[in-house]
Write a protein that binds this ligand. Structure first.
Ligand code: SAM
Length: 328
């Protein structure tokens, strides 16, 4: 595994590789493959970065472009000297953009948290030449109360790359709301669901094509292939389905892997025998309308401080805060 490169950067592990492997093995026995495990290990990180850079999967590049345009405005709206706390930062390219914009406002503290240690290493490398005191945290997002204080207050907490849409909204926004003090803010981006019917049909075709691309199939099959599955003996399926949310009906991806021939997986605790026809249930991405995003935030006491949408209206960056009303 790649070493944490920066001599002066700190690293904390709230979960280690053996524990991740144990948890994944336990999920696989129940025919579940949660998305967090897709990014773990050098191969998981590599598969994600290949997908992130692929032309077919333009959700990633469009969100990066939008953040590039929004970063200056965002930096001007957070308190001087605010630390940056990134959750699910990946290779930290977007956080570097933010740190460059925040530097004139006195930001010197950066905490980058991700379940994938190779991603944390990359995110620390990405800021090695900047004048920031960086800490890497290997943790699940759900462990936020265990690493929130690394950043202190005021802090800008960010979840970028459509990350917010990968969690149940009430659980995630409740977690973030409780971590938010009076001067803190939360920044996230979303790939949105168009409100108009005709635009929605074109959007659906484009999304299904992007998510079914070879790079995305490789990324989603990765943890099973690493444990001995022949990728030609499995089928990755994805479609968009209607989903009830606390802000009304939205859409979400439904993903599964179907096993085509009997096979075996090598996991901690002993091999898992798979039968043809079995399926693994995977994670999801919600697609909300912008009004639904606003209503979900309001349910958890967040007020929107700034919104930046791209010209198509399909992508948005949102800065929000609670004024400290939820902090526990
Ligand atoms: C869609 S990628 C986005 C990466 C980056 N923010 C970007 O914009 O390119 C999701 C990132 O979150 C991490 N991740 C996924 N599930 C997680 C979880 N439950 N807890 C912590 N990190 C998670 C992954 O390792 C990955 O780096």
């Amino acid at each position: 595994m790649r070493e944490i490169a920066r001599a002066c950067a700190r690293l904390r592990r709230l979960v280690d590789a053996a524990e991740l492997d144990r948890r994944l093995g336990e999920r696989l026995r129940r025919r579940r493959l949660p998305d967090a495990f897709l990014y773990v290990g050098e191969d998981g990180a590599g598969n994600w970065l290949a997908l992130d850079a692929s032309r077919e999967f333009d959700v990633a590049s469009r969100l990066t472009e939008l953040l590039r345009r929004a970063a200056g405005d965002v930096a001007g709206r957070v308190p001087a000297g605010a630390a940056l706390l990134a959750i699910g930062a990946g290779d930290g390219a977007k956080e570097r953009l933010l740190l460059e914009a925040l530097a004139p406002r006195g930001t010197r503290r950066y905490v980058t948290a991700d379940v994938s240690e190779p991603m944390v290493a990359r995110a620390l490398d990405a800021v090695a030449d900047l004048d920031v005191e960086a800490t890497g945290v290997v943790a699940f997002c759900e462990d936020l109360p265990g690493f929130r204080d690394e950043a202190g207050s005021p802090a800008l907490m960010c979840l970028l790359g459509n990350n917010v849409c990968n969690y149940e909204p009430d659980a995630l926004l409740g977690l973030l709301g409780r971590a938010c003090g009076p001067e803190d803010a939360v920044l996230f981006d979303c790939h949105l669901l168009p409100a108009d019917g005709a635009a929605r049909r074109r959007w659906r075709e484009h999304v299904e094509q992007a998510y079914r691309s070879p790079a995305n199939v490789r990324f989603n099959l990765g943890p099973l292939v690493r444990r001995g599955l022949d990728p030609d003996r499995a089928e990755f399926r994805l479609d968009l389905v209607r989903a009830q949310t606390p802000a009304g009906p939205a859409v979400r991806t439904r993903k599964e892997i179907r096993i085509l021939d009997d096979a075996s997986l090598d996991v901690p605790g002993g091999p898992v025998a798979l039968r043809a026809g079995e399926t693994f249930e995977m994670g999801f991405t919600y697609k909300y309308e912008l009004g639904q995003v606003r209503r979900l935030l309001a349910r958890h006491g967040f007020e929107v401080r700034a919104e930046h949408a791209d010209p198509s209206g399909e992508y948005v960056v949102v800065l929000a805060g609670t004024g400290g009303r939820q902090r526990s």
